[in-house]
Write a protein that binds this ligand. Structure first.
Ligand code: PLP
Length: 484
C-alpha cells in the first residue's frame, strides 16, 4: 500500500515526499527521520512510501499548524453555519493515508466507502499531490475561451479508452448528466422530441433535471413540479422501455450498474436490447457512468465488463457517457464522452462552464489514469473485488439472518440486508443501513448505505487484499455481535 499523508502536527514537519520512493514498514519508518504516524495509530504491517526530504520541500510548502478542534466544536460550526441538507455521521475526519482515514481523535478507519466511489487512488496519494503541485506552478485556470494541453490530452485518453468521439469537461456528475440531457434535447429539437426515459431506482444527481431523471421519489419530494420530459420504467426490462417510448422520446439513460439504487448491474441482454431499441427508434443511448465507471468494475466502463465474452458485446457502444467521481480521485472533475456522429451537436455557444476541464483538474485526472495503467489497477479492482465479494458471500451464508444477498462487480459491491434484523442495535427510528454503518464506524470500518437495505463497498482501486481481508473480519465481528 502506498502511504504518505498529512500526519499529526508532531510528525508533519518531518514528512517527506519524492520521486525516489523507498517502501518501509511503518514501525521502521517511525525510527527514522521520516516519521509518519505515532506508532499506536500505525499497525506494524502498514507500509510507508517515503520521499526524499529535499524534493518534498521543493514541491510542497510547509503545512500550517493543525488546529485541534474537538468533535463537538466542529459539529457546532456546522450546525451554526452549514446548510443542514446532509444527514451526517458523527465522525470528524482529519486526514487520510492510502485506504485509511483518521478522525481528529486519532481513530483509524479502513475506508471501504472511498468517499462514495471517488478516492480512486486512496488518500494522500503522492502522485496526486505531485500533479497538483506541478500543474499549479504552471497554471491553474485559463477559462474555456482558450486552449491548453492537459484538457486536450485528457480528452484524447478518454476517447482512446471508449471509442471514436469527443469529450466535454465539467465539475461533477450531475453536471455531466445535464450535458447529456442537453445533448439529447439538441438532437431531437427540430423534430419536437425531448423526452428522456430513465429507470426506477436510478440516481442521476441533485439538480432540477437530475432529480427529474432520478427514479427515486425521495429525491423529488418537496421540489415539484418536476422539469418536464423525464419518465421512469423498471430497470433491466427492455420491454418496459419499449412500451414507454412515445413520439416525443429522444433518448434512454441508464446506469451500467445502479449505485444509489442498490448496486444492481445491467444484464448483457438489457444493454444489447437497449442498443437495438435505440437504433430502431432513432434514440440516443446515454450511460450514466458517474459511479460505476473508471475501472471500478475491472474495466474502464462497466458495460465493457458486463459484456465480456458475450457475442455482439465487443461492438456495443452507447451514444454518450457521463463520468465524474473516480476520474478526479477527489479533485472535482466531471466529463462526458459523445460518439462520433453526434460529437459536434453541441456547437460553439450551446454549452459551457467556467471551471470545467481546468488545467489543474485535467492534470490530476491524467495522472490518475497514468497510475491506474502503470499499477494495473483495473486488474486489481477485478481481483481484490472478487476476493471481497467471495468473502461477503461467505458471510451471507454464515449469517443469513443479517445478510440476504451480495451483488456487484469489481470494487463496486453491495450487501443486501435481511428485511427485518431482529437484534440490530441502534436507534430503531433509523434505517437498518444507518444503524449498521454506525456499528461499523465504531469498529473502524467505513461503508456507504444505499437506501434502507443495501450497504455499499466502493473502496480505492488500489485496495490491497489484506485490507479487504481486514474489512471482512471487521464486518464479521460486527455482524456476529447481533446475528451470531
Ligand atoms: N450519477 C450517479 C450514478 C451518481 O451515483 C451520482 C452521485 O452519486 C451522480 C450522478 C451525481 O454526481 P455528483 O454528486 O458528482 O453531482
Amino acid at each position: 500500500m502506498i502511504i504518505l499523508a498529512a500526519a499529526p502536527s508532531t510528525c508533519r514537519s518531518t514528512l517527506v515526499s519524492s520521486c525516489s520512493r523507498r517502501i518501509l514498514p511503518c514501525a521502521l519508518a517511525t525510527r527514522t527521520r521520516n516519521i509518519a504516524l505515532p506508532s499506536e495509530r500505525c499497525p506494524a504491517n502498514d507500509l510507508l512510501v517515503l520521499f526524499d526530504e529535499q524534493t518534498m520541500k521543493d514541491i510542497v510548502p510547509p503545512p500550517p499548524p493543525i488546529v485541534r478542534n474537538d468533535v463537538a466544536a466542529v459539529q457546532a460550526l456546522f450546525q451554526q453555519n452549514v446548510v443542514p441538507s446532509y444527514g451526517r455521521f458523527e465522525i470528524v475526519f482529519s486526514h487520510g493515508i492510502g485506504s485509511y482515514l483518521y478522525d481528529i481523535t486519532g481513530r483509524r478507519y479502513l475506508d471501504l466507502g472511498g468517499g462514495i466511489a471517488v478516492s480512486s487512488l486512496g488518500h494522500a496519494h503522492p502522485a496526486i499531490t505531485e500533479a497538483l503541485v506541478e500543474q499549479s506552478r504552471k497554471v491553474i485556470h485559463t477559462s474555456n475561451f482558450y486552449y491548453h494541453e492537459p484538457q486536450g490530452r485528457l480528452a484524447q485518453a478518454l476517447v482512446s479508452l471508449i471509442g471514436p468521439g469527443k469529450c466535454f469537461f465539467c465539475n461533477s456528475g450531475v453536471e455531466a448528466n445535464e450535458g447529456l440531457f442537453k445533448l439529447a434535447r439538441k438532437f431531437g429539437h427540430d423534430e419536437g422530441r425531448f423526452e428522456i426515459i430513465t429507470t426506477l431506482d436510478s440516481f442521476h444527481g441533485r439538480t432540477l433535471a437530475g432529480i427529474a431523471a432520478t427514479g427515486q421519489a425521495k429525491v423529488k419530494k418537496g421540489f415539484e413540479p418536476m422539469v418536464p420530459g423525464f419518465r421512469q420504467v423498471p430497470y433491466n426490462d427492455v420491454e418496459a422501455m419499449r412500451a414507454a417510448i412515445s413520439p416525443a422520446t429522444v433518448a434512454i439513460m441508464i446506469e451500467g450498474i445502479q449505485g444509489e439504487g442498490g448496486v444492481t448491474p445491467a444484464t448483457p441482454e438489457y444493454l444489447l436490447g437497449l442498443r437495438r431499441l435505440c437504433d430502431e427508434k432513432r434514440l440516443l443511448l446515454l450511460l450514466d457512468s458517474v459511479q460505476c465507471g473508471h475501472f471500478r468494475s475491472g474495466r474502464f466502463q462497466s458495460y465493457q465488463r458486463i459484456l465480456e465474452g458475450v457475442p455482439e458485446g465487443e461492438q456495443f457502444l452507447p451514444d454518450a457517457i457521463s463520468m465524474a467521481k473516480s476520474l478526479g480521485g477527489g479533485f472535482p472533475i466531471g466529463a462526458f464522452w459523445v460518439r462520433a456522429p453526434y460529437a459536434d451537436l453541441l456547437g460553439p455557444g450551446t454549452h459551457g462552464t467556467t471551471y470545467g476541464g481546468s488545467p489543474l483538474a485535467c492534470a490530476v485526472a491524467l495522472k490518475i489514469l497514468d497510475v491506474i495503467q502503470r499499477e494495473k489497477l483495473a486488474e486489481n479492482a477485478r481481483q481484490v473485488g472478487a476476493y471481497l465479494k467471495t468473502g461477503l458471500e461467505q458471510l451471507a451464508k454464515k449469517y443469513p439472518q443479517a445478510i440476504h444477498s451480495v451483488r456487484g462487480l469489481g470494487l463496486m459491491v453491495g450487501i443486501e440486508l435481511a428485511p427485518d434484523i431482529a437484534n440490530l442495535p441502534g436507534d430503531s427510528s433509523k434505517t437498518q443501513t444507518i444503524r449498521l454503518a454506525n456499528l461499523l464506524h465504531a469498529a473502524g470500518l467505513l461503508a456507504i448505505p444505499a437506501g434502507t437495505h443495501i450497504m455499499r463497498f466502493l473502496p480505492p482501486l488500489n485496495l490491497q487484499q489484506r485490507e479487504a481481508e481486514e474489512g471482512l473480519k471487521t464486518l464479521e465481528s460486527v455482524v456476529a455481535g447481533f446475528a451470531g
